[in-house]
Design a protein around this ligand. Sequence first.
Ligand code: AMP
Ligand code: GLY
Length: 428
Amino acid sequence: MKKLLVIGSGGREHALAWRLAQGADIEKVYVAPGNAGTAATEKLENLPLSAHADLIEFVKKEGIAFTVVGPEAPLAAGVVDDFRAAGLGIFGPEKAAAQLESSKDFAKAFMKRHGIPTADYETFTDPAAARAYVEKKGAPIVIKADGLAAGKGVVVAMTLKEATDAIDSMLEGHQFGQAGARVVIEDFLAGEEASFIVMVDGEHILPLATSQDHKRLLDADKGPNTGGMGAYSPAPVVTPEIHDQVMREIIRPTVEGMAKEGVRYTGFLYAGLMISRRADGSADVRTLEFNCRMGDPETQPIMMRIRSNFADTVEAAIAGRLDEAKIEWDSRSALGVVVAARGYPEHPEKGAVFEAMPENSADARIFHAGTKLDQEGRTTVSGGRVLCAVGLGNTLREAQTTAYALARGVKFDGMQMRSDIGWRAIRD
Ligand code: AMP
Ligand code: GLY
């Protein structure tokens, strides 16, 4: 029997830890630090540690078989480098590889060097030069803070004024501090987005099921960008033909390009795609961004669809044997609806106590994100995205019906959710 560790505290980590714990040979999955949902899930246990040295000491003492890293911040801080230096098995990219996410300028220059399709761009530190560039290019145009900004560092400017305001607040107002001291300005791309996530062991690549996120706060993709308000898997927009094209034009050149530059990429690799059709009918698929981790909330529906022992897959990846690994997928669709706190994403209100929480079933499951237990052991709201209710169904519509029935059983003051998750794929 094995014990595992998952680092993180969001819905992605609840889903990862829950799926890993389903393996018959898994005794326990620790989640550091975890949330109220991971605290209450069978075979999961929260671990209130975050310093790398403390985690390493715990893993050695407890005989943890391996560790999986959920969020980007510990990866950018070198948690994988530190675990490997201590001789411990961990799944994630080292700090140098995590630059694909932690610096948009690095990612764009890397894509240019290796001929990976993406929007044309330039990078600026000087506000006057940046303003001159957008005036030359015109709107719509996209302004991105170079560094990590928790999903908030991208402004899709539909007018020149929005573009110059974004430049001013990043380069002059220091809105994102150091993360926004450099900005990438890139061409606006139209089309449909999809999330393409693979596992990489340095050499071999195992694609996970495709998915689609919903970045905007409100129905019909209106309102501000968020971390993600809901997701489903599979994403029908990624046809088998487009899947092959993404592997050939984006994923393999990325893994091989990193290796050529002396950085073995290991861990989850997430390419955010923009898909459109050219006049001749061929697919134009470009990379909007790389993440060096799984998506949140994409992970929640993806994990619901795994039927095989996922711990075996991660273990094979850590051992460099992903070419021998396989994942058995549930052929059904999964759809997840994020329930957020009042005020999200700008100023989420914390502290509300849960008045109702529905039961999970085989086809309907709640993954917690911004929740914690208060002194009296009650579940309370502690973050903007509070939970994700996931349903499985023979069709995406069935999955949607199941997910919303579950989400509507949740009750806390100020809860908000979109009512149209899945709309692009459910058009009847
Ligand atoms: P990113 O964090 O780079 O994925 O950007 C966040 C969101 O902004 C994306 O999911 C897209 O919806 C949008 N976005 C980013 N880059 C572009 C672009 N070049 N054209 C149009 N929309 C974009
Ligand atoms: N849901 C988008 C992300 O995780 O980056």
